[in-house]
Design a protein around this ligand. Structure first.
Ligand SMILES: Nc1nc2c(c(=O)[nH]1)N[C@H]1C(S)=C(S)[C@@H](COP(=O)(O)O)O[C@H]1N2
Ligand SMILES: [Mo]
Length: 318
């Protein structure tokens, strides 16, 4: 059904019992500022039952960080993916994802921090209350989705590991293991996939480390067990299957800027005014909709994040 206006939400709800068995736990919705919305089961929710994880989904109020737009059906969010470690076709990640083993898993935290350490993923996610966040996601290719993440603010982790006064950036490194990632047996990209943020971007309350999607454990194809979510940037910043988080003094290298520096920058803020060299970024195709909709500056998060870039030339720093 075409859907060219923001629709009143059919958002997902919070807190799934089964998460406990996966070592996850959650708290009540972070904020009530969004007011109580009429909640219904969103399209696609039935697939949880199909997978044998039936649960009661208590309604939750939308929080201040949630979009009210219709959530992308689970079926599409988990079968139309970019994850080149599994292959370059949109269907490859879902088809190949069983080869990734997201447990046991450790995350190394190093660089300019007072508390460097290597921590088990279940310990790490247990440090923080998990929050549902319904965010828009805009791929640089010109399509978009609305994703119901479950995770915790990256800022909470950074504060816990205590950056030194030299820390100015955060670098993220994904798993390198060609046995688990068939796409790494070729060199379509330089492996491992790396990404980075400026420290103030990393500390922004919208910036999330996700461990779940729609209240379920993050599917492998969506970046299990830990992936970055920065909703005002193009999707490629949202690095999946993170094994290392490094605080640095220098701006870190990032995979797509290494691969094609004229096409992909470090900042990669969603910007309809700056075309990709090979296509316009003015509009996008929302997965599940017909036609195209306008792309918004900072993917619609300008009120929250434009201030981070005051005084910067966003055409140069694309
Ligand atoms: N490690 C890794 N992370 C990655 C990618 C990738 O190829 N490898 N692709 C990126 C791109 S281009 C996009 S659009 C998003 C897609 O996330 P999704 O499949 O969960 O929607 O993941 C990003 N994170
Ligand atoms: Mo993307």
């Amino acid at each position: 059904m075409p859907n060219d206006k923001d629709q009143p939400g059919t958002p997902p709800t919070a807190r799934r019992e089964f998460l406990k068995s996966a070592g996850l736990f959650t708290v009540t919705a972070a904020g009530l500022a969004g007011g109580l919305e009429a909640l219904t089961r969103r399209p696609g929710a039935g697939s949880a039952e199909a997978q044998g994880t039936a649960f009661v989904r208590p309604a939750r109020p939308l929080g201040p960080y949630d979009t009210k737009e219709a959530v992308t059906p689970w079926e599409q969010a988990t079968t139309y993916n970019n994850f080149y470690e599994f292959g370059t076709d949109k269907g490859d990640p879902a088809r190949m994802a069983a080869s990734l083993k997201p447990r046991p898993w450790t995350v190394k935290i190093d660089g300019e921090v007072k508390k460097p350490q290597t921590v088990d993923i279940d310990t790490l996610q247990g440090w923080f209350p998990l929050e549902d966040r319904i965010y828009r996601m805009r791929c640089v290719e010109g399509w978009s989705m609305v994703m119901p993440w479950l995770g915790f603010p990256l800022a909470s982790l950074i504060r816990r590991i205590e950056p030194t006064s030299k820390a100015k950036y955060v670098q993220f490194t994904a798993l390198y293991d060609p046995k688990q990632f068939p796409g790494q047996r070729g060199n379509v990209l330089d492996w491992p996939y790396v990404e980075g943020l400026r420290l103030d971007e990393a500390l922004h309350p919208l910036t999330l480390l996700a461990v779940g999607l729609d209240g379920r454990v993050l599917p492998n194809q969506n970046g299990a067990p830990l992936r970055l979510v920065v909703p005002w940037k193009y999707g490629f910043k949202n690095i999946k299957s993170i094994v290392k988080i490094t605080l640095t003094e220098q701006q870190p290298k990032t995979t797509w800027a290494l691969a094609a520096p004229d096409e992909y920058g470090f900042y990669a803020n969603v910007n309809p005014a700056v075309p990709h060299p090979r296509w316009s970024q003015a509009t996008e195709r929302r997965i599940g909709e017909l036609g195209r909709r306008a792309t918004l500056p900072f993917n619609g998060y300008a009120d929250q994040v434009a201030g981070l870039y005051k005084g910067m030339d966003l055409r140069k720093n694309f």
